[in-house]
Write a protein that binds this ligand. Structure first.
Ligand code: SAJ
Length: 406
C-alpha cells in the first residue's frame, strides 16, 4: 500500500494514477475540508481528464483521510513555499510530513519526496531531522527524491508519457521505486542520486525561465524599434537548432518563477544569467503597464476604470492564480496609486481582487480598453465579441488590424 501525503495539484493526480493502475492507495492531507470533499467524490480543482481519472481511482478503492498510514512506501507531495524576502525555500511542510511518517512507518520504509526542493535540501533539512530521532537512513528508512515534471493543463497525459527522475541513496531502492512508477509511467525513468535529482529539477525550470526571458527581452527590443517580435521568433525557430519560447506579460506559477531563485539564493556570485532572466521576467508587468499608458495617451483616455484586464490565473486554461502576472500587475498599479481597473477571468469563481467581474458581458460593457493577459480558450472563442474595443493583446492571439501588442 502507498500512502500519498499532500493531495494538491501534484499529490492528488499522482495518487489517482497509482490507484487506477491497481495499486492500493491511501491519500492523506491535513486539510479536513479537502479530505471530506474528496471522500464524497468532489474535486476541488479543474484539470483536463481529472474527473475520469478520479472516477477510475474511486472504483479501484482509493481512500482519503487526515491520518498517516502505517506502510512501507510514502510519497510526500506537500507544498514547498519560498520565503519572498530571502528567496529561500521554506521546508516546514516537508519536515512536518517526514516527522509524521517517521512516527508511524514500518521499518525499512521508503520515503519518496516529490515536492520541488532547492538543491541540497535533503542533506540540509531532511537528513538531520531523521537522524536526530536516532533513525538510521539506509536501514530504518530509505530516502528518495522523485521530482514531478507534469505541466498544469496537461497533467494526466504527462504523468503517463513524461520521462521521470528517481534520485536515491541506494541504487537498489532506486530501482524499486522506478518499478513502482512504471505501473503508470510509460516513458524512461532515470535512476540517479538525490543531489542530481534535486538539481536537475530546478535546472529544468530555470532553463525555461531563461528562455522566456530571452523572448521577453526580444519583445522589448522589437517594441523600441517597431519590429514584429512574433514574426522574428517564428522565423528564427525555423533554424534547426533554435527554439525560442514566446514573450508574455510575465512569468507566473509556483515553479518557473520560483525555482531559479533557489539557485540565486544559494550561489549569488555565480548566477548572473539566471538573475538577469528573473529580473527581465519580473519586469514584464511593468512593461505591460507602460503599453497601457501608451494606448491611454494615444486615445486621450484618462479614466483607469475604463481598462479591463482579461485573465487572473497564471496561464491559460487553469484556475491557479499563484504568482499570476495579473496579480503582479495590480500590485504595481497599487504602488502607483492607480486603482479601479476591472478584471475578469472565467476560471476564477471567487472574488479575489477588487473590481472583479463574474460575468463576461457585464465586464465588456464597462470597459474601453481590453488587456488580454491570459489566452484562455474562452477568449480565443469569443474574439468576435471584443473587436469593438481597444485591445492590448499580450499573448498574440488577435489577428485583426488595430490591435496593440507587447
Ligand atoms: N510562459 C511564457 N512564455 C512561454 C511559456 C510560458 O511567458 O513561451 C509563462 C506562462 O504564461 C506562465 C509561466 O510562463 O505564466 C509558466 O508556465 P509554463 O506553462 O511554462 O510552466 P508551469 O509553471 O505551468 O510548469 C512548469 C513546467 N516546467 C517546464 O516546462 C520546464 C512543468 O513541466 C513542471 O512540472 C512545473 O513547472 C513544476 O511543477 O515545476
Amino acid at each position: 500500500m502507498i500512502n500519498v501525503i499532500g493531495l494538491g495539484y501534484i499529490g492528488l493526480p499522482t495518487a489517482l494514477m497509482f490507484a487506477k493502475s491497481g495499486i492500493e492507495v491511501i491519500g492523506t492531507d491535513l486539510n479536513e475540508k479537502l479530505v471530506d470533499s474528496l471522500s464524497k467524490g468532489i474535486l476541488i480543482f479543474e484539470e483536463e481528464g481529472l474527473e475520469a481519472l478520479f472516477k477510475d481511482a474511486i472504483d479501484n478503492g482509493i481512500k482519503f483521510t487526515t491520518n498517516y498510514q502505517k506502510t512501507d512506501t510514502y510519497i510526500i507531495a506537500v507544498p514547498t513555499p519560498y520565503i519572498n524576502a530571502s528567496k529561500k525555500l521554506d521546508p516546514k511542510y516537508v519536515i512536518l510530513a517526514v516527522n509524521q511518517v517517521l512516527d508511524i512507518c514500518e521499518k525499512g520504509a521508503v520515503l519518496i519526496i516529490e515536492s520541488t526542493i532547492s538543491p541540497g535540501s535533503i542533506d540540509k533539512y531532511v537528513r538531520p531531522e531523521i537522524e536526530k530521532r536516532g533513525v538510521i537512513i539506509g536501514k530504518d528508512v530509505h530516502l528518495v527524491h522523485a521530482p514531478e515534471r507534469i505541466i498544469p493543463g496537461n497533467m494526466i497525459y504527462e504523468l503517463e508519457y513524461n520521462s521521470r527522475t528517481v534520485g536515491a541513496d541506494d541504487p537498489k531502492i532506486g530501482e524499486r521505486v522506478k518499478n513502482l512508477y512504471s505501473s503508470f509511467c510509460k516513458s524512461e525513468i532515470v535512476v540517479t542520486d538525490i543531489r542530481c535529482a534535486e538539481m536537475s529539477k530546478v535546472v529544468e525550470n530555470t532553463f525555461r525561465d531563461v528562455n522566456i526571458a530571452f523572448a521577453n527581452e526580444l519583445a522589448k527590443i522589437c517594441r523600441a524599434d517597431n519590429m514584429d517580435v512574433y514574426e522574428i521568433i517564428r522565423i528564427a525557430n525555423k533554424h534547426p537548432r533554435v527554439n525560442i519560447l514566446q514573450p508574455g506579460p510575465g512569468v507566473g506559477g509556483h515553479c518557473i518563477s520560483v525555482d531559479p531563485w533557489f539557485l540565486v539564493g544559494d550561489y549569488p556570485d555565480l548566477t548572473n544569467l539566471i538573475l538577469a532572466a528573473r529580473k527581465i521576467n519580473d519586469s514584464m508587468p511593468t512593461h505591460v503597464l507602460s503599453r497601457i499608458r501608451d494606448i491611454m495617451r494615444e486615445h486621450n483616455i484618462t479614466d483607469i476604470s475604463r481598462i479591463g484586464i482579461y485573465g487572473l490565473s497564471y496561464k491559460e486554461n487553469v484556475d491557479d492564480t499563484r504568482e499570476s502576472p495579473t496579480l503582479q500587475l495590480l500590485e504595481r498599479m497599487d504602488e502607483h496609486l492607480a486603482f479601479g481597473v476591472k478584471v475578469y477571468d472565467p476560471y476564477i469563481k471567487e472574488r479575489i481582487v477588487d473590481h472583479q467581474y463574474m460575468n463576461f458581458e457585464d465586464f465588456l460593457n464597462e470597459i474601453e480598453i481590453l488587456v488580454i493577459i491570459i489566452a484562455h480558450d474562452h477568449i480565443k472563442n469569443h474574439l468576435d465579441r471584443v473587436k469593438n474595443k481597444l485591445i492590448l493583446d499580450t499573448k498574440n492571439i488577435c489577428e485583426f488590424a488595430g490591435v496593440y501588442k507587447l
